[in-house]
Design a protein around this ligand. Structure first.
Ligand code: APR
Ligand code: PHB
Length: 399
């Protein structure tokens, strides 16, 4: 009788991808288009990854990429295009005309909808994507025959590949496997966001970012019937302390204006608190293990960049792998980390800047708050300053 502990089902592929979030799924599509085979391993259930409410703002370039991959159909039908946003402070709103200033726009389309579309496309094409795998571990990536081990439906498996893509998010296993080789930059903010999804028509046509004496708030949306709102809160607070009535009362106070604008409230169907951090590892690669997306970096959500940055990483990685397989040339793979980190730090700076400008710090003498208001006054009154915000917000083309 063989010892079942030592039986392994072995699969061979070119790129082994850990994680079926936006990074892993977009990478697999890009590779497939270039004729490169991949296997995706995801430790959650399909329902979990497609239902988890997360951010929902796509830069023009991210939306264009979904179109290019033939995955933009539902986004065009159900998503919303926005050409501006509002900054609200001293109880007044000021519009930043994103499209007039940059020639580009943004899309509102939930991350879980993007993930749903990507999963469907992958499975419809008969490509390998395994949910509910466990005990995932990565091996031998310092040589040229890396392996991923995992358990699925009680069986041990091994994926033998040329390259491993660690797309397993902030809490995954790929980064920890190489952490001793990396430099970690971590900045935790003394506040978090309480986010809600409510079945009520949005009270605004474009997003409103508010700095109020009681703290930051953001009004965004998912559809003409579904609003998404966020409040600055204590990152250690328990969501159980926030009844629906208390949340709406706080929203009403933070969004109040002098001009009679009204905030619609309604049934809350999802709520949660997320801490905020800025995090980067350098380099984003060791041997043949390449990190992409949240596995390598986290940005505070104020700049709406997390998903977009993840997609940028995998575009760089897919291009590098295409060159590697087409010509045996590893120069783009060797440059992967440096290429990505230039953009990562630009986006880190923008996300930190938006966060610092819009959140209440609570210093004793109000000095920081006065500086924030001075900065906001400048952004809404100078075309140069507004353009700086706008071009970063819609996504810089070069960097
Ligand atoms: N094995 C397999 N899969 C794993 C493991 C593991 N050990 N650990 C985590 N995962 C999966 C998660 O369940 C998740 O589905 O990896 C996926 C990572 O996806 P995301 O966390 O969404 O990260 P990423 O694809 O980099 O997307 C970037 O942008 O707006 C931000 O944070 C937001 O998710 C977002 C992201
Ligand atoms: C969202 O729609 O969830 C969203 C939009 C903009 C942000 C953050 C989140 O800055």
């Amino acid at each position: 009788m063989p010892n079942v502990m030592f039986l392994r089902v072995v699969t061979r592929t070119q790129v082994g991808i850990v994680g079926a979030g936006p990074a892993g799924l977009v990478l697999s599509q890009l590779l497939d288009r270039a004729g490169i085979e991949s296997v995706i391993l995801e430790n959650r259930e399909r329902e979990y990854v497609t239902q988890r409410v997360r951010a929902g703002l796509l830069e023009q370039a991210t939306a264009d990429l979904l179109d290019e991959l033939g995955l933009g159909e539902r986004m065009h039908r159900e998503g919303l295009t926005h050409h501006g946003l509002y900054l609200r402070f001293r109880h007044q709103s000021h519009r930043i005309a994103l499209s007039d200033l940059t020639g580009r726009s943004i899309w509102i389309y939930g991350q879980q909808e993007v993930v749903k579309d990507l999963i469907e496309a992958r499975l419809a094409a008969g490509q390998q994507l395994h949910f509910e795998v466990s005990d995932v571990s990565v091996h031998d990536f310092e040589g040229d025959k890396p392996r991923i081990e995992y358990t699925h439906e009680g069986e041990r498996h091994e994926v033998h590949c040329d390259v491993i893509a660690g797309c397993d998010g902030f809490h995954g296993v790929c980064r920890p496997a190489i952490e001793s080789r990396l430099t970690i930059h971590n900045h935790e903010y003394p506040f978090g966001w309480l986010g809600i999804l409510a079945t009520v028509p949005p009270s605004t046509d474009e997003l409103i970012y508010t700095l109020h004496e009681r703290g930051f708030a953001l009004h965004t949306m998912r559809s003409p019937e579904l609003s998404r709102l966020y409040l600055q809160c204590d990152p250690h607070d328990d969501i159980a302390n926030w009844s629906d009535d208390r949340i709406w009362e706080e929203m009403h106070r933070r969004f109040e204006t002098d001009d009679g604008w009204e905030l619609n409230d309604g049934p809350i169907i999802d709520k949660g608190i997320t801490p905020m951090r800025s995090f980067v590892v350098e380099p984003m690669q060791h041997g043949r293990l390449y990190l992409a997306g949240d596995a390598a970096h986290i940005v505070p959500p104020t700049g709406a960049k997390g998903l977009n940055l993840a997609v940028r990483d995998v575009r760089v990685l897919a291009e590098a792998l295409s060159k590697f397989y087409a010509d045996g040339d590893s120069s783009l793979l060797d440059a992967y980390s440096a290429t990505c980190l230039r953009r990562v730090w630009r986006v880190q700076h923008f996300s930190w800047w938006m966060t610092s400008m819009l959140h209440l710090i609570g210093d004793a003498d109000d000095f920081e708050h006065k500086l924030q208001l001075a900065q906001l006054d400048y952004v809404v009154s100078s075309q140069a300053a507004a353009t700086t915000l706008a071009e970063n917000y819609v996504g810089l083309e070069k960097v």
